[in-house]
Design a protein around this ligand. Structure first.
Ligand code: ATP
Length: 323
């Protein structure tokens, strides 16, 4: 009779949730054969990024899985991080489109960023950022990072190489995948004995620097506050056009940061307010570092030099993530 049929159609609460979860995971699984890979955009330490095509232009990061590390369960970690990644929807974060999750083909598919990274602007092209423009960029970074943190996601690798500028709009990439892409699959071929690639150290908060051990970066105590410290370094690069501790060897930086010394700001041409933001982000004690909502409101209150606004840079900042 009818009542019995109804009960067959209604799964119990217990088996409904696992089924929904595995279904939603499948939605993000992209069969590797559906991807078209064109030229290599860049080879990071643990993955190669290709320009590709999948329903339009995409960036495909193919992970090098030949050097599996026994100390983590790579596939589980990868799936976990992909599950985190797919929760992100914000104007200032790269759009995650899906992933190939069948080993040995592990890849992450995101929208293709146009424009250049802040690293290219600042360190390669030596473009100068005015204080006003630096503030606009920093506000957008704070918005994107504030969103990530509100979702419980720690970036772990915030740096100018992972921030694109597309017609004045900031797009942050490479978040949340640090442990799997950088650590599980790593062979340290390009780092030194501590596994420190050049240009990485100056983003590391004192508590991370103090925890550095040869071949043990998997257990570094990343936190929201270590992201804020890294933001401080990005803010310094924007304003000064160079890395803090420029030209100093790794051991010297480790020694200084580890005992609480900071890059001197004596020669920096900037207002007190602007330097205060740096000093707060670089606080030795993590509890003294501001969070991103606080940084955003501080940045918004900075007095602006009254310059004519370029019409090509409309105010992205007042727009919210989803309209
Ligand atoms: P590391 O692996 O040491 O952190 P990295 O950040 O340079 O180094 P990847 O993140 O693998 O390495 O990136 C490699 C290259 O691909 C970089 O030049 C980066 O700018 C580019 N890239 C990464 N993601 C995208 C994207 N979504 N759109 C366009 N280019 C991208």
């Amino acid at each position: 009779g009818a009542p019995r049929d109804n009960s067959v159609d209604m799964p119990s609460h217990d088996d409904r949730w696992p089924r929904q979860n595995s279904l939603s995971m499948k939605e993000w699984d992209i069969p590797y054969d559906e991807l078209k890979l064109y030229e290599v955009i860049g080879a990071g330490r643990f993955g190669t990024v290709y320009r590709g095509s999948w329903h339009g232009a995409v960036a495909v990061k193919v992970l090098h899985v030949h050097a599996l590390n026994d100390h983590c369960a790579p596939l589980d970690t990868f799936k976990h991080e992909v599950a985190t990644f797919r929760k992100t929807r914000h104007e200032n974060l790269v759009l995650f489109m899906g992933a190939c999750m069948k080993p040995p083909r592990l890849a992450i598919v995101t929208s293709l960023c146009k424009g250049m990274t802040l690293y290219t602007h600042i360190h390669l092209r030596k473009d100068k950022f005015t204080a006003n423009k630096s503030v606009l960029v920093a506000q957008q970074i704070s918005q994107g990072m504030g969103y990530l943190h509100a979702r419980g996601i720690i970036h772990k690798d915030l740096k100018t190489k992972n921030i694109f500028l597309e017609n004045g709009k900031v797009v942050i990439t490479d978040f949340g995948l640090f442990s799997v892409t950088k650590l599980c699959f790593g062979n340290n071929a390009r780092g030194d004995s501590l596994g420190i690639p050049s240009g990485w150290l100056c983003y590391l908060a004192p508590e991370l620097v103090r925890a550095l051990r040869p071949h043990a970066s998997l257990h570094l105590p990343f936190s929201k506050q270590t992201d804020v410290y890294a933001f401080g370094t990005v803010w310094y690069e924007l304003l000064c056009g160079e890395y803090p501790f420029k030209g100093q060897p790794a051991e010297a930086i480790i020694w200084q940061v580890g005992k609480g010394a900071k890059q001197s700001l004596a020669n920096m041409q900037a207002s007190r307010d602007i330097k205060d933001i740096l000093m707060l982000c670089w606080s030795y004690r993590e509890s003294e570092r501001p969070d991103f909502p606080h940084l955003l409101s501080t940045l918004e209150k900075l007095p602006r030099k009254r310059l004519a606004r370029s019409p090509s840079h409309p105010v992205h900042l007042s727009r919210s993530a989803d309209s």
